[in-house]
Design a binder for this molecule. Structure first.
Ligand code: SF4
Ligand code: SF4
Length: 191
């Protein structure tokens, strides 16, 4: 059962929005210069396309880069519990905490997403797998895996997710209480 107290959620927020692991740097990784959707007066670029300001080795406008670039870090830079080898350039997956303004379901209000940089085989890299296991074990946020234009929910498991969205389908009374608790947990992630 996920931990859902307000203080635990605050801990998660602090870790994923305000913390940086001092010993980790981006190195040769350019994943966020490719992955980020940027819509600022000085730079507009779609997600999934390398920024025109990147020359293949680094940012050519680093000192004056947009605020989005200054503020955004992947979870490998933010969470010391992720394996040392989990730099997206090495393991092929960039993890972030995202939210949707108008989510189509309760698992897309606030969630973890791992994006494969090359293809779905990236998710089988040992450090990517260790990171995925960490997020599932931690259990507070839904976990999605994305590549290309597709995205799959892996936590909670899709069969359980369907029951969480419709607990009345659970026949056993005790099991339904557990599912109701999970439902309350995921609903509270809505803003
Ligand atoms: S994805 Fe992470 S490691 Fe790579 S450049 Fe961005 S913040 Fe740095
Ligand atoms: S402006 Fe620089 S830091 Fe920002 S996405 Fe482009 S290359 Fe990366």
């Amino acid at each position: 059962m996920p931990t859902s107290s307000p203080s635990h959620l605050k801990t998660i927020y602090t870790r994923y929005f305000d913390t940086l692991v001092e010993s980790r740097g981006c190195g040769t990784c350019v994943a966020c210069c490719q992955h980020l959707h940027i819509d600022e007066p000085t730079l507009k670029k779609p997600a999934g396309q390398l920024c025109p300001n990147h020359d293949g080795t680094g940012c050519t406008i680093y000192a004056s880069r947009p605020q989005t670039c200054r503020d955004w870090f992947c979870l490998w830079r933010r969470d010391e519990n992720l394996p040392e080898g989990g730099n997206p350039a090495d393991c092929g997956v960039v993890f972030s905490m995202d939210r949707s303004e108008n989510p189509p379901n309760m698992f897309e209000h606030l969630f973890i997403v791992g994006r494969a940089l090359n293809g779905p085989e990236d998710f089988e890299h040992p450090d990517a797998m260790a990171s995925i296991k960490h997020f599932i074990k931690e259990g507070t946020l839904p976990v999605w895996l994305a590549h290309g234009g597709s995205k799959s929910l892996i936590y909670p498991h899709p069969e359980l997710a369907a029951l969480i969205q419709n607990p009345a389908k659970v026949a056993d009374w005790n099991a339904r209480q557990d599912v109701e608790k999970l439902r309350a947990h995921f609903l509270q992630l809505a803003p």
